[in-house]
Design a protein around this ligand. Structure first.
Ligand code: HEC
Length: 180
């Protein structure tokens, strides 16, 4: 065999090796394998495993606003309620927007405005009045309080802010409900 022939054979072998290595790299990149974070076989007693039956992370507890209301700041609540005003009017007899007018909401029944197109779960509660903690829960997490609500609003996370807003809502009445 001439040396030219050998060159071709060696060349072909190198190309093949290169191709294999390329597939290896490309393949790894495509499936991005990662190392196991934990041994697959956990030997009892050797590794501190998570306690069996540990509860799933609890839904964050919604703190009550009742104890904060007496000292809540109505002016701060009015400012914070600016973020509600895209969807709600607050003045007596104000127009409904995406959401209903909120004058007199504390103590009023759920779905308190006749003729507003409430969601069915809201209408289903129309025999129940809105007390402070109902509003607190609804403002904190609308979908937890009322699954299926039409209200596409993330909620107000800070308890003191909710207390201020609720104190403001309470003030929107000719005859504000007594404090809890
Ligand atoms: C993106 C629009 C939107 C925003 C922002 C919004 N809401 Fe609402 N809200 C709605 C809708 C829509 C409903 C009716 C929900 C239903 O029928 O399920 C509603 C209902 C309510 C109700 C019950 C009214 C009733 O008649 O029973 C209260 C109380 C309320 N909202 C308070 C607030 C407060 C306080 C804020 C601000 C922190 C706020 N909302 C922000 C759209 C909104």
């Amino acid at each position: 065999m001439s040396s030219f022939e050998w060159n071709k054979i060696i060349g072909a072998a190198l190309v093949a090796l290169l191709a294999i290595k390329t597939f290896d790299i490309v393949g790894n990149a495509a499936v991005s394998p990662h190392k196991l974070e934990q041994n697959v076989y956990v030997v009892e007693g050797v590794e501190a495993a998570a306690p069996t039956g540990a509860a799933a992370p609890a839904v964050k507890e919604i703190e009550p606003v009742g104890p904060l209301l007496a000292a809540a700041n109505i002016e701060a609540g009015k400012k914070a309620a600016a973020k509600c005003a895209t969807c709600h009017s607050f003045e007596k007899g104000g127009a409904n927007k995406v959401g209903p007018n909120l004058w007199g909401i504390v103590g009023a029944p759920h779905a308190h405005i006749d003729g507003f197109a409430y969601s069915s779960p809201m209408k289903a509660k129309s025999a129940e009045p809105w007390d402070y903690e109902d509003i607190n829960h609804f403002i904190a997490s609308p979908r937890t309080y009322l699954p299926g609500t039409k209200r596409s609003f993330a909620g107000v996370a800070r308890t003191s802010e909710r207390a201020d807003i609720i104190a403001y809502l309470r003030s929107l009445s000719d005859n504000p409900a007594p404090l809890p």
